[in-house]
Design a protein around this ligand. Structure first.
Ligand code: NAP
Ligand code: FE
Length: 361
């Protein structure tokens, strides 16, 4: 057996105020990269307080879109460059966190622009430091090195090929209290997909398996809360812990078909990322070659079979999305090419398998 495990992000759990001194040491000028909601849930105010306590000047860029585009990231990076930012603080859901990572890379590589993220040539300089403060419990982006951007040139979403690990992640369940209930459900399903896909990819290792199993057990205990929209502090704490754990898993394993396929539902049909992956999850499990592991997943979550899992997810999402045969044909071909390139599916996966999953939604 050969494997490596490397997760350099230092994680802090609890009220941000008690960790204010952790903002010291990255430079005296910071760019805050965020969306609109952080002003209302306390995360932006707490971040500014922490920066002020360390006499760090800051610029706020609060125009990050959902599923941020390369251009949106360029705008954030330009704000940081104009301000002379030495480091970046991402505050928000996966969209601002991913944008913060990508902007940090541009800030230290002024000869490059966001349209060249996907070019094969490497960036010369190391990224500027990133601190991450999640306000959703789903993506795990606060610990992963991935930045997933919308590429209008390719009409899809995809991770930039550069790895940007946040230096520090500050987890505080207070910030997820303001999440609209359906968004809390959708983001939770993203974390569940990370755990499940990560457990099954060909890159899984004994440590990621242990983490994924722990996360799946945690989700098993949250099934009813997601149905009844019970997002009290205890539930939000457990969701945040599980989603960051899931981030540690995919850092090593990457994701798999539900994510590759889900990008088409998000790009072309505006389905939230977590909901898009969730819709595909049960039928994806059915085509897995590794039946021992899929049975284990069902057992850890407490479902009798794939259909029971599917019924639970359908109940959570109430999705009305329908795809035409032509759309399924197109998205399946694209997903097939991507999964072949990624090489994360354990065993052979055929175009017909992928179509079957799309027809299942
Ligand atoms: P999001 O796109 O960051 O946010 C969705 C919506 O929720 C936005 O309107 C956002 O508003 C709002 N919101 C965020 N926190 C809130 C809060 N506490 N209260 C009220 N509203 C809040 O959603 P997400 O699911 O967290 O992130 C999805 C993105 O992450 C996708 O682009 C996906 O591809 C990516 N992703 C990345 C990784 C990774 O490893 N890097 C893994 C999985 C997914 P504002 O933004 O305007 O504040
Ligand atoms: Fe995801």
């Amino acid at each position: 057996m050969n494997f490596q495990f490397f997760s350099p992000t230092k994680i802090f759990f609890g009220p941000l105020g008690q960790y204010a001194n952790e903002f010291d040491g990255f430079g005296k000028r910071a760019l805050i990269v965020t969306g609109r909601s952080s002003a209302a849930n306390g995360s932006l105010g707490d971040t500014i307080d922490a920066l002020n306590q360390n006499s760090i000047a800051y610029e706020v860029f609060d125009k990050i879109e959902e599923n941020p585009s390369t251009q949106n990231v360029q705008d954030a990076a330009n704000a940081g460059i104009d301000f002379g930012a030495a480091f970046v603080v991402g505050v928000g859901g996966g969209s601002p966190l991913d944008a913060a990572k990508a902007a940090a890379l541009l800030i230290n590589n002024k000869d490059r622009d966001a349209s060249t993220f996907y070019d094969p040539s490497p960036f010369t300089n190391k990224t500027a430091s990133v601190l991450a403060i999640p306000t959703t419990a789903g993506t795990g982006s606060e610990v992963t090195p991935f930045a997933i951007l919308t590429r209008h040139d390719a009409q899809t979403k995809g991770s930039i090929p550069h790895l940007v690990y946040p230096d520090k992640a500050f987890l505080c369940p207070k910030y997820t209290a303001t999440l609209p209930k359906q968004l809390a459900v959708n983001t939770a399903l993203d974390a569940l997909c990370h755990l499940t896909e990560g457990y099954l990819t060909s890159k899984a290792n004994p440590y990621t398996d242990m983490l994924a199993e722990g996360g799946l057990v945690a989700f098993g205990g949250l099934k009813g809360d997601l149905v009844s929209h019970n997002f009290n502090e205890d539930v939000r704490t457990r969701l945040l812990l599980a989603s960051t754990l899931a981030g540690l898993v995919i850092t090593h394993t990457k994701t798999s078909l539900p994510h590759q396929m889900g990008y088409a539902l998000t790009y072309h049909h505006n389905v939230h990322h977590g909901a898009a992956c969730g819709l595909l999850l049960a039928d994806y499990l059915k085509i897995q070659p590794e039946t021992k592991k899929t049975q284990k997943i069902l057992g850890l979550l407490g479902f009798a079979g794939f259909d029971e899992l599917k019924k639970w997810i359908r109940g959570l999402l109430n999705s009305t999305i329908t795809l035409t045969d032509a759309e399924i044909e197109r998205y399946s071909k694209e997903s097939y090419e991507k999964i072949q390139k990624a090489g994360t599916h354990p065993g052979d996966v055929g175009l017909e398998d992928i179509k079957k999953i799309f027809y299942g939604i």
